[in-house]
Design a protein around this ligand. Structure first.
Ligand code: SF4
Ligand code: SF4
Length: 392
């Protein structure tokens, strides 16, 4: 304990000590059924208190009082968290739990207690501009036939695709790009787009993440971009929350805002009128981790504006919704647990008897789809943009 580097978590002492141990971050009572866990980790593990925010605050007190040593086991507990923010949303003391977890993860990284799999993500992102270790020159291959003219244009609107859409769920970026092009929207991609840094910020690798952020900010400035649109709420929340320290002078918007305008202006018209029952999964990054509370309403109002779509809600929804299990580095470090969490969400979707589980996040889509495939289910998982493209 004596030779540990100075811990940044000491700066949050006051906030950590405001934890009243009320346990509101453990479970909530829903109107629709019985009590359910707030924390997706607790819900899908033996349920030890150390994994919920209350337990983590108690352990951090132990660290601050030098009763608890930094050990690989302690690191494992703090990295077993999706950083979904559900505990923060329900904490009556207003403790910014996720910020505190991420600062402590940074302390763990500084003391060489980061998980090797997370350190590898950082190396790949710095070497290849993406954490998936995919070739950087193939980042936009899937888009070149759709929008060849939209790379490095001087334009007021930029579209930040993000690594998951570029390499794992390219159908989302393709669908959105097609809609932009078909509606003559003037926009540009950043041909040398870097990972936004989200997986690095979330896993406490802050100085590495800042290097990526500065690359993106400089490129956006160079292209004269005033507004940047996202189809990935993880990237968007990173730009909004983590890039704020650099005072960037561009506005951040979600693709749903553009879609809503195109639908309202009659530019997007629906022709497939087959009845379809859908349910909607709220991504944590566009709700709990984002200041825009309207993000609960906008996707629902778009869904309701599509003819013959019936929207049915899951048991836990909006403010009470649960995480898909992918975030915070959990899917890379503990993939089985990430899938178990996704399976819980899938079982709620199945209970609604919806034919399609719609979301608005490529990372959620991927994890939910992995769970559906693992269980051999016929439930379809789609991003809202794909559903719109299908019904035009
Ligand atoms: S809800 Fe907030 S105050 Fe209550 S135990 Fe959890 S972290 Fe502590
Ligand atoms: S951020 Fe989410 S996963 Fe992490 S402790 Fe809070 S509720 Fe649990």
């Amino acid at each position: 304990m004596d030779n540990i580097k100075e811990l940044k978590i000491f700066e949050f002492k006051e906030e950590i000590y405001t934890c009243s141990r009320c346990s509101y971050c453990r479970e909530m009572v829903r109107e629709t059924d019985n009590t359910h866990s707030i924390c997706p980790i607790r819900e899908n593990t033996p349920g030890f208190e150390s994994f919920i925010a209350k337990g983590k605050m108690i352990m951090l007190r132990g660290v601050l009082e030098k009763d608890l040593r930094l050990t690989p086991r302690l690191a494992e507990i703090f990295f077993t968290c999706t950083t979904c923010g559900n505990c923060e949303t329900h904490c009556p003391s207003g403790i910014e739990t996720v910020k505190i977890f991420e600062i402590f993860r940074n302390d763990l990284q500084d003391n060489e207690l980061g998980l090797p799999v997370h350190v590898a993500l950082s190396k790949h992102a710095l070497d290849n501009r993406n954490p998936y270790d995919e070739p950087e020159d193939q980042r936009f291959e899937f888009l070149r036939d759709v929008a060849r003219e939209n790379f490095d244009k001087f334009s007021e609107l930029g579209y930040f695709v993000g690594c998951t859409s570029a390499y794992r769920t390219s159908e989302i970026a393709r669908a959105f790009t097609r809609i932009l092009v078909e509606n003559d929207v003037d926009f540009t991609f950043l041909s040398d787009e870097y990972c936004c840094g989200s997986p690095l910020f979330r896993t406490g690798q802050i100085s590495e993440a800042e290097k990526l952020a500065l690359q993106n900010i400089n490129k956006i400035k160079k292209l004269g971009i005033k507004k940047i649109v996202f189809t990935c709420p993880g990237c968007q929340a990173t730009f909004e929350n983590d890039y704020a320290r650099f005072n960037p002078d561009f506005k951040v918007i979600n693709y749903l805002e553009l879609l809503e305008d195109l639908i309202k202006n009659g530019k997007i018209r629906f022709s497939d009128l087959t009845p379809l029952k859908v349910t909607y999964h709220d991504p944590c990054h566009s709700t709990k981790r984002n200041t825009l509370k309207s993000n609960y309403e906008r996707p629902r109002s778009i869904l309701k504006s599509i003819p013959q779509i019936e929207l049915v809600e899951m048991r836990s929804t909006k403010f009470g919704s649960i995480c898909c299990g992918a975030g915070g580095g959990l899917k890379s470090a503990y993939p089985d647990l990430a899938i178990r969490i996704a399976s819980s969400r899938i079982s709620e979707a199945l209970d609604t008897e919806a034919q399609v589980l719609v979301t608005t996040c490529p990372f959620c889509k991927r994890n939910l789809k992995d769970a559906v495939e693992k269980e051999g289910l016929s439930l379809k998982v789609m991003d809202l943009i794909e559903l719109i493209e299908d019904r035009i």
